[in-house]
Write a protein that binds this ligand. Structure first.
Ligand SMILES: [Zn+2]
Length: 371
C-alpha cells in the first residue's frame, strides 16, 4: 500500500512536471517577412538611405516617423514589438555588429531556396530560382500534419503565390491559403466574405497579396479553428525594397511588427494558446549592404545571405538581443521547431541540426515582469 502511494506520488509529480515543462511549446507559429534586412532590425532606419531622395519621397516625414540619433531608440521606433516585447521576453539573433550571425546556408540567397531551407532543414542544390515547381523535399509542416498529435491542426497562409509549390500541398494536402486565393466561407462567415470582397476588388494583382489581407485571413482562421502549427509568410517588405521605395519598406516593416504584436496579444489572451505557444520569426534572405544595392539580393550581392531570427514563448529563455559570438543558419530552424515541440522530424533528406538554445530557467509567462 505504502509503495503504491509512493508510486502514485512519483507519477503525479512526473505528470505535472511534464505538463509544465518550461522548455516545451505546445503550439508553434512561424512568421516570415520577406527580405527584411538585419541592418534595419537592429539599428532602425539607415542614415544614408532615409535621407536619399532617390529612395524616399518625403524625407522630412520619413525622418519624423523613423529617425532618431540613437540607434537603440531608432530600432524601437521602427519595430516596437521586437524591441519592447521580444527583447524582454524572447531572443533576437543576428546582430552582426556584436558578432552574432544568422545566415542562409543556401548559395542562391533568393526566396524559394530560402523558404525551402527554413521549412525542410535541407539545402537543395536544384532549387535555384523562384519558379513554382513542386518541392520534392518533405517540410516540417507536412511532417507534423501527417503525424499523430498535430494531424489536421497545421495551416499555412502566405502573400506570395509560390507557397503552394514550396510546401507542395498537391502531395500532402496541407491547407494553404496563398496569393490572391479567397478563403472558403464556412457558415456564412462574414469576415471571410468581407476579406474576399476586398481582395476581389484589388485592380492590379501581382504575385504577392497585400500582407494585411493575408494576416486578416490567418487571424480569422486561428480565431475559429485554433490550429496548433501556423505558418504566416508575409511578402511586401521585399516588394517595396525591389521597387527601391525605402520609405514604404520602412513603413511596411513597421506594419509587420504591428501584425506580429497584434497576434501575440491575441494568442496570450486565449486560454488554448496562452503561455503554450512559441513564435518563430525570421526572413528568407538579406539584401545588399550599400546605398546602390540595398534594394537587390542575389548570389552576387554581398549581404544577401545575412538574416536574423527572433523567438518568444515556451522553450525560449528571455535573454533578449543575443550578444555572444555565434553562427546559426536557416537550415537549423526546422529541427529547432521539432525540438521545441518535443517531436521528431524525419525525412528522406539531411536535416540541419537544431539550434543549441540556452537552457530555460524560468516558467514561460509573458506577464512575469509585470506581476
Ligand atoms: Zn526578393
Amino acid at each position: 500500500m505504502k509503495s503504491a502511494f509512493i508510486l502514485f506520488l512519483f507519477l503525479s509529480l512526473f505528470i505535472s512536471a511534464k505538463a509544465q515543462n518550461p522548455a516545451q511549446a505546445e503550439n508553434i507559429f512561424i512568421i516570415t517577412t520577406d527580405g527584411f534586412r538585419w541592418q534595419e532590425l537592429f539599428s532602425g532606419a539607415d542614415s544614408l538611405l532615409i535621407s536619399n531622395s532617390q529612395y524616399v519621397e518625403d524625407i522630412s516625414i520619413a525622418r519624423q516617423l523613423f529617425w532618431d540619433q540613437d540607434p537603440m531608440e531608432r530600432r524601437r521606433l521602427l519595430m516596437p514589438f521586437f524591441w519592447n516585447v521580444i527583447s524582454k521576453s524572447g531572443q533576437i539573433y543576428g546582430n552582426r555588429a556584436l558578432g552574432n550571425k544568422s545566415n542562409a546556408a543556401n548559395p542562391y540567397k533568393i526566396s524559394y531556396p530560402g523558404y525551402n531551407e527554413i521549412l525542410t532543414g535541407y539545402i537543395d542544390p536544384f532549387i535555384i530560382i523562384n519558379y513554382p515547381k513542386l518541392n520534392p523535399n518533405t517540410n516540417i509542416l507536412e511532417y507534423l500534419n501527417n503525424e499523430g498529435e498535430y494531424h489536421g491542426k497545421v495551416v499555412a497562409f502566405s502573400s506570395w503565390s509560390v507557397f503552394p509549390s514550396i510546401l507542395n500541398n498537391h502531395r500532402n494536402n496541407l491547407p494553404v491559403n496563398s496569393g490572391w486565393q479567397n478563403m472558403e466561407e464556412e457558415n456564412n462567415d462574414s469576415v471571410y466574405d468581407l476579406i474576399n470582397k476586398v481582395q476581389d476588388g484589388v485592380p492590379i494583382k501581382n504575385n504577392t497579396r497585400y500582407d494585411w489581407l493575408t494576416y486578416l485571413n490567418a487571424k480569422e482562421y486561428i480565431t475559429q479553428h485554433h490550429p496548433r502549427i501556423v505558418f504566416i509568410g508575409l511578402g511586401e517588405t521585399d516588394e517595396f525594397a525591389h521597387e527601391g521605395h525605402y520609405d514604404k519598406y520602412l513603413q511596411h516593416a513597421n506594419a509587420v511588427d504591428k501584425m506580429i504584436g497584434d497576434l501575440w496579444y491575441f494568442v496570450q489572451t486565449q486560454p488554448c494558446y496562452r503561455n503554450k505557444t512559441t513564435f518563430i520569426i525570421t526572413t528568407d534572405h538579406g539584401r545588399g549592404k550599400k546605398v546602390y544595392n540595398w534594394s537587390n539580393h542575389s548570389l552576387f550581392t554581398d549581404g544577401s545571405a545575412q538574416t536574423w531570427l527572433a523567438m518568444i514563448g515556451p522553450g525560449i529563455e528571455p535573454l533578449g538581443e543575443m550578444k555572444g559570438k555565434q553562427q546559426i543558419y536557416q537550415k537549423q530552424i526546422a529541427a529547432t521547431i521539432a525540438n521545441l515541440l518535443g517531436q521528431p522530424f524525419k525525412s528522406e533528406h539531411r536535416i540541419g541540426q537544431a539550434i543549441n538554445l540556452p537552457p530555460v530557467q524560468q516558467m514561460a509567462d509573458a506577464t512575469v515582469g509585470s506581476k
